[in-house]
Design a protein around this ligand. Structure first.
Ligand code: ARG
Length: 637
């Protein structure tokens, strides 16, 4: 009778819902729900939306598995005695089927409530999680998420900033995919406007002078880009200075000449832009060449980095060119845009700086294109959520554009709701000197050079550890290890923060690094290879009952159970670093388990089967989590 009742409660516990109305198998989430109910019953005056359970994993096993620190803040607010309040909460608390009964003896210190889970509840939850989805429940009608990723600029090589928009952006997209949402990646390529027209103009000039440009590379284009930028930049500031403080007459004449040259180049570029915009055949042809050269290189780097960003995701600024004039007209007609000193601006509540959408000379801006992009992403692509994985230095831009889009109603979804627009911003990659990472010559560090360097270094370590490995295996594994190292280093810091890029640290096979995590998976897989060699029967492993008597087994089980809610939290907050911490904690919990609990050497068949099943589940969760981060695992290393 008692057993039936327990099972029944366990069942409802497994099916209990958390705040997002999803089935959960995470005991912490279940406790959260139960504590919320108890707090509500104990303190009816506390609005339900403000109830916080503050449930955390206990630091020491003697305090149980979890503790709730809810009593102290509520007691303070309602001028109660915290231990008395804790006692009142546990009077209303129903933990049947989840945890051991809670009594006054479980109240510790100023009012912590300690909870010890029922061993059966843990193993049953773990069994329920052990399926193909690893316990992650896909919503019935999943929202659509558009993720702005990569966003390279034409005629420029990818630099280390694009590493972040590519790697973090793709990981955010993968997190949403893993949650079962519909995901659309969009790369807002900077492929339009005056800077590009300058390069087009330059290429045409060179070609007209008889030079053969058929084998032009991106690196050559990149130098050309810098040169034309400099050539078009009038040194008016320097001239002003000379005129003010006085200088050599010859210097002034020279400077004047240079300014005249710059102005002439700029004028040429401007007329080239007009030609390009009106579809002049030669201009478009040259532009297309620049586009192809840039995007071929960019997409091959995206592939090398194991992202899912491909050609179909390129939605460059040029694709909005015909939408800008009608959009601006719409904003004028509806009096959302107003004239300000000849320019056209949108003024939004709470933002001091007006958003300029048309310059005095009639040109459109970065913000104008981004407004058109929001409109397309929400109303055409059906985005309910639009996430921008872009440098934090663009935060004002996105604040302005989001507010202006909202004012204009461009963020209305097909269902008539306001889409959620998120700037998932990231900080800067720094060098050892704590300054933005630069190459030796002081330029932005080229991403390909950086990746090649990581591979060269990884190759040395892999060779050292596997002296007999064939050259081609070593090349493959070094490439995988290097990409894992670079990506994990980038993903595992809080994205908002700047971080220092350090090859030695990120390539280490020990510690919180990509290679260590790949190695953890390799080690788990090798157990099964060994089991096969020892002729251990693995056929019933999938249904072996979990036996969690050792503290390290239980700790590993509790860690595994966190996976489904972790994916959801990391996804919804667009914070892949949370998933990284989890992967590292799981690998550490596994390693503690492996040290304490013999697996293959254990002669008790049931214990061995349970441990093998734990190993298998851990291996699958680690692989799935790394895949969600965009880090493929390897068989050996
Ligand atoms: N091309 C831009 C840059 O390199 C990034 C584009 C970001 N996305 C956007 N929708 N504005 O700074």
């Amino acid at each position: 009778m008692m057993d039936d009742w327990t099972n029944d409660r366990t069942y409802t516990w497994l099916m209990s819902t958390n705040t997002q109305n999803q089935t959960t198998i995470d005991p912490a989430a279940t406790l959260d729900t139960r504590f919320k109910e108890a707090i509500h019953a104990a303190v009816p005056d506390l609005p339900q939306s403000q109830i916080q359970t503050h449930i955390t994993a206990s630091r020491q096993p003697k305090f149980g598995d979890f503790q709730s620190n809810c009593a102290m803040p509520i007691a303070k607010r309602f001028k109660m005695q915290p231990r008395e309040l804790a006692a009142k909460i546990i009077e209303h608390l129903d933990v049947s089927g989840v945890a051991e009964p809670i009594t006054d003896a479980n109240i510790a210190g100023p009012g912590f409530i300690n909870v010890t889970l029922l061993p059966d509840a843990i193993s049953e939850s773990l069994g329920a999680m052990d399926n193909k989805q690893l316990g992650i429940v896909v919503p019935d009608s999943p929202p659509t998420v558009v993720v702005d990723v990569c966003g390279v600029n034409l005629a420029k090589q990818m630099h280390v900033g694009h590493l972040r928009s590519t790697v973090i952006g793709d990981a955010i997209a993968r997190l949403y995919e893993r949650m079962g949402y519909k995901v659309i990646r969009q790369s807002h390529v900077g492929d339009w406007g005056l800077p590009i027209a300058m390069v087009v103009e330059q290429l045409i000039t060179i070609e007209d002078a008889g030079e053969d440009l058929s084998s032009l590379t991106l690196s050559e284009l990149n130098s050309m880009y810098k040169k034309v930028q400099a050539a078009c930049k009038a040194e008016t500031k320097a001239l002003e200075l000379i005129q003010r403080v006085g200088g050599h007459a010859k210097a002034e004449i020279e400077l004047n000449e240079r300014i005249a040259d710059a102005n002439a180049s700029l004028e040429k570029a401007k007329s080239r832009l007009v030609a390009l915009q009106s579809g002049d055949e030669r201009s478009v042809q040259v532009w297309q060449r620049i586009y192809d050269i840039t995007m071929n290189a960019c997409l091959s780097t995206c592939k090398r980095l194991h992202t899912k960003i491909t050609d179909e995701h390129s939605a460059g600024e040029s694709t909005y060119r015909d939408e800008l004039a009608p959009l601006v007209q719409d904003l004028i007609d509806r009096k959302i845009a107003i004239e300000d000193e000849g320019a056209l601006v949108v003024q939004c509540d709470g933002i001091k700086e007006p958003t300029i959408i048309r310059k005095r000379d009639g040109g459109f801006l970065y913000a104008t294109t981004d407004l058109a992009a929001i409109k397309r992403r929400v109303s055409k692509l059906g985005g309910d959520i639009v996430v921008y994985c872009v440098d934090s230095r663009q935060s004002l831009h996105f604040k302005q554009v989001f507010a202006a889009a909202h004012k204009a109603g461009y963020d209305k979804t097909q269902a008539g709701n306001d889409a959620t627009l998120v700037h998932a911003m990231f900080g800067t990659v720094l060098g050892d000197d704590n300054k933005p990472l630069k190459s030796r010559s002081g330029e932005n560090l080229n991403l390909t050079d950086l990746l090649d360097e990581a591979v060269a270094r990884a190759s040395a370590t892999v060779a050292e550890k596997n002296p007999d490995m064939s050259e081609s295996d070593r090349a493959d594994i070094s490439e995988a290890v290097a990409m894992a190292a670079v990506k994990y280093a980038d993903l595992s810091t809080e994205r908002i923060k700047d971080y220092v890029m350090n090859f030695d640290r990120m390539l280490a096979f020990e510690g919180d690094t990509g290679p260590y995590l790949l190695y953890a998976v390799v080690r788990i897989r090798s157990i099964f290879r060994k089991a096969n060699e020892l002729n251990i029967d693995l056929s019933n492993i999938e249904s072996a009952p979990f036996n969690l008597n050792e503290p390290s087994e239980k700790a590993l089980a509790l860690m595994l159970l966190r996976y489904p809610s972790l994916i959801k939290n990391a996804g919804q907050s667009c914070e892949p670093n949370r998933l990284c911490s989890f992967v590292y904690d799981l690998a550490s919990a596994y390693s503690a388990f492996f040290d304490k609990c013999p697996v293959l050497k254990n002669n008790d068949e049931q214990v061995r089967a349970s441990r093998l099943r734990l190993c298998d589940l851990t291996g699958r969760v680690l692989t799935d989590a790394l895949d969600t981060l965009g880090i493929p695992t390897v068989e050996r290393m």
